[in-house]
Design a protein around this ligand. Structure first.
Ligand code: Z57
Length: 819
């Protein structure tokens, strides 16, 4: 932009912050101090736009989105903010003049990792797109003291290390004590009579003070700055710690502990529900605070609470924020004195729900006992919602107990959060076309039949500003040179690249850039893992959370199979391949952690076997996170998207790879289906069962992995190597559990739940097609360029535009800065 951005002013600001914060000059400063000083100087620039944006929102009395999410996996802010205020060249020059390298300074920032994986990163991409498109929106979440753990690999095992991201303070956040509010837990509900009406009040409760911290979300080059509001918990000291009354003292201590524990740490589970009481406390804590604040803000500018939904929409990111439904009801009923029907109308016109998974172990169901003890008034309201909804079911389907059984909100002693989210809102959406169809025809069939109009699809997307412009500057510059910079805010323009796909010179340029990015990743891996890899080999990459359904096991079993082939025939012609993994396993997920150990054990043997001439290398990248993801995507040739069909709701890594010119090796699952549709099936490698086949086997049975084991020697040999000490001579039994999971019905109700053996042959065949294809460099370059050119659909700008048009109905705002 430069318009408002002045280099000299900026430099002065850096020097001023260095002096003011650290009492130092630039010559004395460490890189970490320089990072902080630069971050504060960038914040100075942002603040004016932030204020201007919110002035405009107030002036235009805009409708506002509240994106309610337990997770925001933001990644580093500094580099992204510099890009979005369009000051990158200038900031880089200033730093050069001061003797610092911008990349090295950006590297000082800890990754704010307030999320697990896809769901949290999607929320972060959405915030970027909302600001860039100029839509009024808040992200609302929790300011976890410790985010996603740091992963260390020791002796091949994952170790979890606390992520103390706030240790040195976080320059971009601002504490907003003026918006603090009280959140109440426990106690009991009392009925009082007030001018002839019954009123409910919670008594004997414990409470905490919710204090928001705001982070700026900077739109690209448009002066719009939205807010990520994350809540911290502080103790309320209505009771005194030096009290002589034992009861008061006890209560004061308890409330202090509650405040401390509630925001202490992010639960490190992805696609898995653990059912811990503290998790429900976290949910109600940030929801109550966010909803209270949204109502207050609305009433500061409006008279009539009945029209709340005209100016407010709550998007529930999965079921985790579903207590927003009864919490809004509570506020309307108990604090504004509305009747049930009017409160219900407002609530159901305000809330909308996104489903992100069909994995049954991710379904949130709270025991009534726990739920009602922690949230007594909220539970009463949920009971009444359920009572009325069951009446509706029985009216529509008289005598049909199956319908009640599948759709009831309270059933079998549990509160089912998905059912509450569906009933309590006006929209239910899936996150890729296939996923939404499965919801409508399988998982949520009864709801779909009862309320078809609520259901809609919003295929996920990613922000090209972070995952190409910031993460892959070489390719970004090349694209801009070829087709101009429209793609930055309008990704479908990237299709203009297609005309260069067959041009030999362009192919060469493209492959050179890919090569340089592979060198950058090889350097990173040498520095962080001490492993040497060949940038001329195929970089075959699977990075994502470790989960059985994502089938990292299929990948490593196939590597074991390839290695056997090479050992049988050392002269076998093979394109050198580097198999790169990156994955965190939930701390309590035993089999996932054992899979990490297996990958590292296989790597250890293969990487140290001189006889195979470096034809295969296996690398497990420690601590996969947003900041190194940017480097990994840029360097990938092959994108592994190999989930059991029907299990991966969408996937978003698949889109980041495509945008960076990697070819997809995948199943027809999630958004892979749409990726293949966009690029054409000639330029993606598809294998394995379809979701229909998987679902049919799951319903009707008839799959026996032992048959495959019996009949296929190669597969049998690989599986035997899991239990004969081939990769774990010191403990041959080490991988027994993995072996059992594939063959033994005792270890789970069905062996090979994720159809790994069933898909193995087809995967092996697809992988060999890839290896041959890579040898034709011109073809590969063309295919890679076509992937980049066809990625336009997968921008989160498109996803957000669809949410706005179909669900949120927001208006775009323009922000002009007074110079
Ligand atoms: C999570 O990361 C996802 C779904 C969940 O229910 C939970 Br809990 C965590 C992921 C899906 O697994 C991905 O397929 C999807 O792309 C992503 O959410 C964003 O929608």
């Amino acid at each position: 932009m430069g318009m408002g951005f002045d280099k000299e002013t900026f430099k002065k600001s850096v020097l001023f912050n260095m002096k003011n914060v650290f009492r130092r000059t630039v010559d004395e400063a460490t890189k970490e101090q320089m990072y902080q000083a630069v971050a504060y100087a960038v914040k100075d620039v942002i603040i004016d736009e932030w204020i201007a944006t919110h002035k405009e929102y107030e002036k235009q009395d805009v409708k506002t989105l509240y994106y309610l999410s337990m997770e925001f996996l933001m990644g580093r802010a500094l580099g992204n903010n510099i890009i979005n205020i369009m000051a990158q060249p200038e900031v880089k020059e200033v730093l050069d003049e001061l003797g610092f390298d911008l990349n090295a300074i950006e590297d000082q920032e800890p990754d704010p990792a307030l999320g697990n994986g896809g769901l949290g990163r999607l929320a972060a991409c959405f915030l970027d797109s909302l600001a860039t498109l100029g839509y009024p929106a808040y992200g609302c979440g929790i300011r976890y003291r410790y985010g996603m753990f740091k992963q260390k690999i020791e002796n091949g095992y994952q170790l979890e290390v606390p992520d103390d991201w706030l240790k040195n303070g976080y320059p971009f956040e601002i504490r907003r004590a003026e918006y603090a509010t009280e959140v109440k837990f426990g106690g009991y509900v009392n009925t009082v009579w007030e001018n002839g009406k019954e009123r409910f009040v919670q008594e004997g409760y414990q409470s905490v003070r919710a204090v928001p911290y705001d982070m700026p979300i900077v739109g690209y080059g448009n002066n719009v700055v939205n807010t990520l509001r994350i809540w911290d918990a502080e103790a309320i000291n209505t009771f005194s710690l030096d009290s002589f009354d034992k009861g008061d003292y006890q209560k004061a201590v308890e409330q202090q502990n509650l405040a401390k524990t509630i925001v202490e740490v992010l639960y490190p589970n992805d696609n898995h529900y653990a059912g811990k009481e503290l998790r429900l406390k976290q949910q109600y804590f940030f929801i109550s605070a966010s909803v209270q604040r949204a109502v207050k803000k609305y009433m500061e500018a409006h008279e009539d609470i009945h029209k709340f939904y005209e100016k407010t929409v709550f998007q529930l990111n999965d079921t985790h924020p579903t207590v927003a439904v009864p919490e809004l009801m509570r506020i309307l009923l108990d604090e504004y004195g509305l009747g049930w029907d009017e409160a219900w109308e407002i609530t159901t016109k305000t809330c909308a729900y996104t489903n992100h998974t069909i994995m049954s172990e991710a379904l949130e169901k709270w025991p009534i006992e726990l739920f009602s003890r922690l949230l007594p008034r909220i539970y009463q309201i949920v009971e009444e919602i359920n009572r009325r909804f069951q009446l509706t079911i029985m009216e529509m389907y008289p005598g049909n107990q199956d319908k009640v059984k599948s759709m009831a909100i309270i059933y079998d002693g549990q509160v089912r959060m998905a059912n509450l989210a569906i009933v309590g809102g006006f929209s239910v959406n899936g996150v890729a076309r296939l996923h939404t169809e499965i919801l409508k025809n399988q998982e949520l069939k009864d709801f779909y039949q009862m309320m078809p109009d609520k259901f809609n699809n919003k295929t996920n997307g990613i922000t090209q500003r972070r995952f190409l412009l910031h993460g892959n500057p070489l390719l970004a510059d090349w694209v801009t040179k070829k087709i101009g910079k429209d793609w930055i805010v309008d990704l479908p323009h990237i299709h203009r690249l297609a005309v260069y796909a067959e041009d030999p010179k362009c192919q060469q340029e493209f492959m050179d850039i890919k090569y340089q990015n592979k060198v950058r990743l090889a350097d990173y891996i040498r520095e962080h893992n001490g492993i040497e890899i060949d940038p001329r080999s195929i970089f075959d990459v699977q990075v994502k959370r470790l989960h059985e359904y994502k089938r990292q096991l299929l990948n490593i079993l196939h590597v074991m199979y390839l290695y056997n082939q090479l050992k049988d025939n050392p002269n076998l012609e093979m394109v050198p391949r580097t198999f790169i993994f990156g994955a965190k396993a939930a701390a309590g997920y035993k089999r996932a952690k054992l899979t990490i150990k297996l990958i590292n054990a296989v790597a250890e043997v293969i990487n140290n076997d001189r006889s195979i001439n470096g034809k295969i290398k296996v690398v497990f990248i420690e601590d996969y996170k947003v900041s190194n993801a940017e480097i990994i995507f840029a360097a990938a040739d092959v994108s592994e998207q190999i989930s059991t069909a029907s299990k991966e709701a969408s996937g978003t890594g698949n889109m980041k790879f495509m945008l960076n010119g990697a070819l997809t090796l995948g199943t027809m699952d999630g958004a892979n289906v749409e990726i293949v549709e966009e690029v054409g099936s000639d330029y993606a490698f598809i294998f394995g069962m379809t979701s229909d086949e998987v679902i049919r086997y799951e319903k009707e049975g008839g799959y026996d992995p032992m048959e495959i084991f019996n009949q296929d020697y190669e597969i049998r040999r690989v599986l035997m190597q899991l239990i004969n000490g081939y990769y774990s001579p010191e403990d041959p039994e080490l991988f027994r559990d993995i072996y059992n999971s594939l063959l033994n019905t005792i270890s789970s109700d069905r062996a090979d739940t994720y159809f790994i053996l069933k898909d193995f042959k087809s995967y092996a065949e697809a992988r060999s097609r890839i290896a041959s294809a890579y040898q034709d460099e011109a073809w590969w370059a063309k295919a890679a360029i076509l992937n980049v050119a066809s990625s336009g659909k997968f921008t989160s700008d498109r996803t957000i535009t669809e949410y706005v048009n179909d669900i949120w109905h927001l208006s775009k705002v323009k922000v002009e800065l007074e110079e």
